[in-house]
Design a protein around this ligand. Structure first.
Ligand SMILES: Cc1cc2nc3c(=O)[nH]c(=O)nc-3n(C[C@H](O)[C@H](O)[C@H](O)COP(=O)(O)OP(=O)(O)OC[C@H]3O[C@@H](n4cnc5c(N)ncnc54)[C@H](O)[C@@H]3O)c2cc1C
Length: 369
């Protein structure tokens, strides 16, 4: 089949591998002009480890594993440690692999088959599914026809919007915002990741290998802004953290002002009753974003694209049956991940001083053993 994949994040790259090795001619279009590899380390866990093994990428993922959450601590305004974050609070199993997002992207990119091509700076503008194929007009003006379109374009998926309707119909805001920014001046130095809280806020520095990342989280009701407007993102963040100059806060806010790759988004989930319509199917965050609080986004991207490719291969030409099988097999993983996101916000940014003190006391008791 000729398959178009929209988006080259974890789901798009994994789709490229899994659909490529099962004999399809795959084109991935990525809106950015490069792989968007920034972000903090992500986890590959559970059945995604088996899928990664079948994709022949598990050894490389293992080789690049980091242990950032084993070295995470909460500090006070002077930088004194007030509690450590035991790894059991984040991870279910010691088999889980934590890997920098950029490393996972490069491993997946390197495993694309010769039948998969990746086009940067391109995006779908218009789709028309006539039942026998999908005519696609691209933003560049190019036109083409595919047997299948896979939407792997993230939480704010355009493919989903064009096929299923407005984002607001499917997005559930969890009440938090998250930002990540590179801190080149903080590279090297300490090995611990340190996080400072005040009620409803977390700001800190995550460290792994030689990298230092500024991490900002805050509680907020939904904010209306153009999610692609970097200046609007900066304004929202600087407002949310205004009036604080303790510890390394000024340095992190400076990075927010200057980082061209700043990552900022709402902590939200996507809930859809079905992930396919006609010849269009959704994978990854576009289908079932569980939010970064679940720690399962990358794993869902890997299992989902693996299950989709297997189902399409098994039911050659019978798309409806293949999509149903994909959804039946992937839905339990997505539901579990979405259900698991709940407590994460209270752990990393308690809403009140009382809740913060109680969190720190609870973590101290755990570390005392
Ligand atoms: C820059 C960035 C940083 C992230 N950092 C973290 C993190 O630190 N921790 C965490 O848990 N999760 C993070 N995430 C989310 C995480 O990557 C996903 O939850 C998970 O890996 C599932 O990936 P996905 O491929 O479905 O979505 P995404 O990773 O969001 O990838 C979607 C891709 O589609 C591209 N795209 C979007 N719209 C279009 C379009 N119209 N046409 C073509 N391409 C398009 C995007 O540029 C992106 O490359 C981050 C996502 C991004 C984009």
């Amino acid at each position: 089949m000729r398959i178009l994949v929209s988006g080259a994040g974890m789901a798009g790259l994994a789709a490229g591998i899994n659909l490529g090795v099962t004999g399809n001619d795959v084109t991935i279009v990525e809106r950015a002009d490069h792989l968007r590899v920034n972000g903090s380390p992500v986890d590959v866990r559970g059945d995604a480890l088996d899928a990664a093994r079948s994709m022949n990428v598990l050894d490389q993922i293992h080789a690049r594993r980091v242990t950032m959450t084993e070295r995470s601590q909460f500090i006070d305004a002077d930088g004194t440690v007030v509690a450590e974050l035991p790894v059991s609070e984040i991870s279910d199993s010691e088999d889980d692999i934590e890997i920098p997002r950029e490393d996972l992207a490069h491993v997946l990119h390197g495993a694309l088959t010769p039948t998969t091509s990746l086009v940067f700076g391109e995006s779908i503008a218009h789709l028309h599914d006539d039942g026998a194929g999908v005519d696609v007009a691209f933003a560049s003006g190019r036109q083409d026809r595919f047997d299948l379109v896979v939407g792997a374009d993230g939480m704010h998926s355009l493919t989903r919007r064009l096929t299923f309707g407005p984002e607001g119909d499917y997005l559930k805001h969890l009440g938090f915002y998250v930002a990540l920014t590179d801190l080149p001046a903080q590279r090297g130095g300490d090995r611990e990741s340190s996080f400072l809280n005040w009620p409803g806020h977390l700001i800190g520095i995550a460290r792994y290998h030689d990298t230092a990342l500024g991490v900002l989280n805050f509680r907020s009701d939904w904010i209306d802004y153009d999610y692609r407007d970097l200046d609007a993102q900066r304004r929202i963040l600087l407002d949310a953290f205004a009036g604080h100059d303790e510890w390394r806060v000024p340095e992190i806010l400076d990075a927010v002002r200057n980082d061209p790759e700043l990552y900022f988004d709402s902590v939200s989930q996507i809930h859809l009753p079905t992930w396919h319509k006609g010849r269009v199917v959704l994978v990854g965050d576009a289908a079932h974003c569980a939010s970064n609080l679940s720690g399962r986004g990358a794993s869902l991207a890997i299992t989902g694209t693996w299950l989709l490719a297997q189902a399409l291969h098994k039911h050659q030409g019978d798309l409806e049956t293949a999509f149903d099988e994909y959804e039946t097999n992937q839905r339990p993983y997505a539901t579990r991940a979405q259900d698991s996101a709940g407590p994460g916000g209270d752990l990393i940014m308690p809403a009140t001083q009382q809740a913060l003190d109680a969190r720190n006391e609870r973590l101290r008791a755990m570390t005392r053993g």
